[in-house]
Design a protein around this ligand. Structure first.
Ligand SMILES: [Zn+2]
Length: 476
């Protein structure tokens, strides 16, 4: 069992309650958190027990559950679907309309499981040692539950709102957005259109049991794949050929692998490294400060260190290209006429995609190797959520009240459903509960075979959601 911080939890809870009670705009009583915790756990476990593995998804199981809960609470909810087995839920609490709506969301699908590898069955939602185990525990039935609880609490407490609060539970986030966010944005955008949205993508990092910092995702990279196709003349393996496509492809892949595209910072990543430097031990903080340096030699040295020691940070500095698949040849004594490679490219949101392809062609520098985008982009590039917005300020204030730590804005190297909303001009912020930094490498993280979340952190996350949403939407 790992060390827990009872101290932090009690104090943070008390602080949040005190803040609400002391606020001049608190026109309703604070929720009875003890009773809220029972209800939170009930919904969280119920959702974890629904097998919404994608593929095939079957998210309608979760959609029906959510609709029933919302209906019972008297919150108008509708199910929308392009495929009846893969439905989405949209619900709305009306405000005065003085401000534009706030959207809170979570996806209902989870990645598939290999049940043999799980200690506790993946859809059992087993409680053990203070944790709840199950597929989706931290991706994304935690955010889904917190958003649902916030809706229920707003209704129960009859909180007067300055803006509508919209709830969206979307299907297909894990690789089939066509039935989920793409469909919702295409056919039902008016029902989810908002000034701000809150979704997965951030979180609070605990190190050795104590909260270290909170991240709020304000931007994400754009995934794209590039294909390399080397062509030559087939022949007998006993007679090596200069045109052998396997050799040409290997050279091209090696050059891409050694290439590090130019560093380019944006508002989010500049603030990220600056704030991270402020809370890191001096020997590490030096690198975070140095990547912001205008001296190319200083920046390069820091970049080299990050690439070796903290590769995610190196990826945040640039558009990245990782060669991940190679295919060519089918028997040992035949020189094939073709060999292909697939490069996973994660573009900075403002990257010119055609110009980047030209850069890759220059790096490959081989006329026998064709370089192309084989498919269209699956996620649009959207605008950065602003750090001077009311929403970011509310998030920062809630992080201070509930977690008593610093907020660090981040750009994800991976992709989320926020991309589609940002593409339509909604300012989106990624949040998440506190998890242990040590849990990931030990195999307890998202998509792992022992996905889990501390119950106490689920409850704290619900209080955090409540704090943020009431600060942004409650009548002032
Ligand atoms: Zn997710």
């Amino acid at each position: 069992m790992r060390r827990r911080i009872g101290f932090g939890i009690v104090v943070a809870g008390a602080t949040a309650l005190a803040a609400l009670a002391a606020s001049p705009r608190a026109q309703t009583s604070a929720p009875d958190w003890r009773a809220v915790e029972d209800e939170t756990l009930r919904h969280y476990q119920a959702l974890l027990r629904l097998d919404t593995s994608n593929p095939p998804g079957n998210e309608d199981l979760a959609a029906q559950y959510l609709k029933e809960v919302l209906d019972k609470a008297g919150i108008p909810a509708q199910i929308v679907a392009s495929d009846p087995k893969r439905s989405n839920v949209i619900a709305r609490l009306k405000g005065s309309g003085r401000k534009r709506p706030l959207l809170i969301m979570g996806h209902t699908d989870v990645v598939t499981v290999d049940p043999k590898k799980w200690t506790f069955p993946p859809f059992s939602a087993t409680r053990d040692g203070g944790y709840v185990y199950g597929r989706g525990a931290v991706d994304d039935k935690d955010n889904l539950t917190a958003a649902l609880m916030t809706m229920l609490l707003l209704k129960q407490q009859n909180v007067p709102l300055d803006r509508d609060v919209i709830f969206l539970a979307e299907a297909g986030e894990e690789g089939s957005t066509g039935v989920g966010i793409d469909f919702v944005v295409r056919d039902h955008f008016a029902e989810v259109d908002a000034e701000y949205c809150l979704a997965e993508g951030g979180g609070v990092t605990r190190k050795t049991g104590s909260v270290a910092f909170a991240t709020v995702q304000t931007l994400e990279k754009v995934p794209r794949r590039i294909e390399l196709v080397a062509g030559g003349v087939a022949g007998h393996g006993s007679v090596p050929l200069k045109s052998n496509p396997v050799v040409h492809l290997a050279g091209a892949v090696a050059r891409i692998g050694e290439w590090r595209p130019e560093i380019r910072l944006n508002e989010t990543t500049a603030a990220y490294f600056k704030r991270l430097a402020q809370i890191s031990p001096p020997e590490i903080a030096k690198y975070y400060r140095d990547v912001l340096s205008t001296d190319p030699a200083v920046q390069k040295a820091a970049d080299d260190w990050l690439f070796e020691n903290e590769p995610r940070h190196s990826s945040m500095l640039r558009t990245s290209a990782s060669p991940n698949i190679m295919a060519g040849g089918y028997r040992f004594n035949v020189i094939p006429s073709q060999a292909t490679a697939t490069i996973d490219v994660r573009l900075l949101p403002d990257e010119n995609q055609d110009a980047f392809l030209d850069q890759v062609k220059k790096v490959v520098n081989d006329p026998t190797v064709e370089v192309r985008y084989p498919t269209a982009a699956t996620r649009p590039s959207g605008m950065e959520a602003r750090l001077d917005s009311e929403a970011f300020k509310a998030l920062e204030a809630a992080v201070t009240r509930v977690y008593n730590t610093v907020t660090v804005p981040t750009m994800s190297t991976g992709a989320t459903d926020m991309a589609q909303l940002r593409g339509k001009g909604v300012q989106c912020f990624g949040i998440g509960p506190a998890t242990d930094f040590e849990d990931g490498p030990k195999g307890f993280g998202a998509h792992s075979d022992q996905e889990r979340l501390l119950e106490s952190e689920l409850h704290r996350f619900v209080r955090f959601n409540w704090d943020v949403v009431t600060s942004l939407a409650r009548v002032r």
